[in-house]
Design a protein around this ligand. Structure first.
Ligand code: GDP
Length: 324
């Protein structure tokens, strides 16, 4: 009875989640299992968006939408379930670039998105329509409708576009900084600021802080919106490692230790009210508290759907404790 009551109370929270691709999509899915759809808005990084084979590709938006729609390939963390590769194989045969794999079902998304963008429909409107068609009920918003490109500055090659670094070069070059091309002119997509105003709390998903979350935070520009409500981040680093991707490597190459504590420091106490660490890192909780951020340790590895739901539930209880 008491547990039922607590879940009912969690239902009444209105949450905005900031998300990149894989880590963001998993926690967004957990939140969507608990919150009513009208109480959840997911703001997604578009700094990784790029053009390939003449198509506009939005990798993080697609990962979030495919995951929420039950369409994602759980083995790769990107792309569609039950995918086929006919077009890709034919393109390879014609000598097209093959370092970025695009499956047939996934291609339909990019073809239709590209067609509509060329007809001057904004990305946020296209995303809203795709979500409706895929049966996704929470609101998914790109951080901006404007072009913004994350550029990775590397020791070996100088500046690389994000996908050139991430996929083509397999994250191997040494990172020395980032630039967000188009940032000055970029404004938050319609609905983003209103969702933040209405939210009881903001959740920063366990996404890459440098290349998934920072572009969103920088594009929002209205940091004062965060001041009046709890902002809670979940660490993407567990035991000093990323579960996937270059987050830990980036911290080290930029001269920081790779740890959950470094993630908490990166966001800082001006932004964060609370910080969720994995239980394997619970020894760092005291140092997080020393930064002026309330720590909370729990299992943050979201292998299965139940783990996603459990982390979302633990986190929403944490939000409630921070709200009183
Ligand atoms: P990308 O844009 O596809 O690289 O995805 P994100 O930036 O959203 O996610 C990458 C980060 O997610 C990596 O640093 C991972 O360590 C983290 N991550 C992935 N799965 C999990 C998980 O189950 N739990 C936690 N805590 N972090 C995760």
């Amino acid at each position: 009875m008491e547990a039922m009551k607590q879940i009912q109370q969690l239902n009444q929270l209105n949450i905005v989640a900031l998300a990149g691709g894989v880590g963001g999509a998993k926690l967004a899915d957990g939140l969507a299992q608990i919150l009513p759809p009208e109480a959840l808005t997911i703001i997604v990084n578009t700094g990784d968006d790029f053009s390939h084979w003449g198509l506009n590709i939005s990798p993080d938006l697609d990962t979030v939408c495919y995951t929420l729609g039950g369409l994602a390939n759980p083995l790769t963390g990107w792309g569609r379930l039950d995918e086929s590769w006919t077009v890709f194989e034919q393109m390879e045969g014609l000598g097209a670039e093959n370092w970025f794999r695009l499956g047939d079902k996934d291609l339909a998304t990019h073809l239709e998105r590209t067609r509509r963008l060329r007809a001057a429909e904004p990305l946020s409107s296209i995303t809203r329509d795709f979500c409706q068609r895929w049966g996704i009920r929470p609101t998914v918003l790109p951080m901006t409708d404007d072009p913004l490109a994350t550029v990775v500055d590397t020791v070996e090659f100088g500046e690389l576009t994000f996908q050139e670094y991430f996929v083509h070069q397999h994250c191997e070059p040494t990172v020395r900084g980032f630039r967000f091309a188009g940032l000055e002119a970029a404004t938050p997509a319609p609905g983003v600021l209103a969702a933040l105003e209405k939210a009881d709390a903001v959740v920063i998903c366990p996404s890459n802080p440098w290349v998934s979350i920072d572009p969103i935070l920088k594009t929002l520009k209205h940091q004062e919106l965060f001041a009046s409500k709890p902002v809670i981040a979940v660490s993407p680093l567990i035991g000093g490692e990323a579960l996937k991707g270059p987050a830990a490597k980036m911290f080290k190459e930029l001269g920081f230790e790779a740890s959950a504590l470094a993630v908490a420091r990166h966001y800082g106490s001006l932004l964060l009210t609370g910080f969720v660490l994995d239980t394997v890192d619970s020894a760092l909780a005291e140092q997080v508290a020393g930064l002026g951020i309330v720590p909370f340790s729990t299992n943050t590895i979201m292998k299965l759907s139940d783990n996603r739901r459990q982390l979302a539930e633990d986190m929403l209880h944490f939000v409630q404790r921070l709200s009183v």
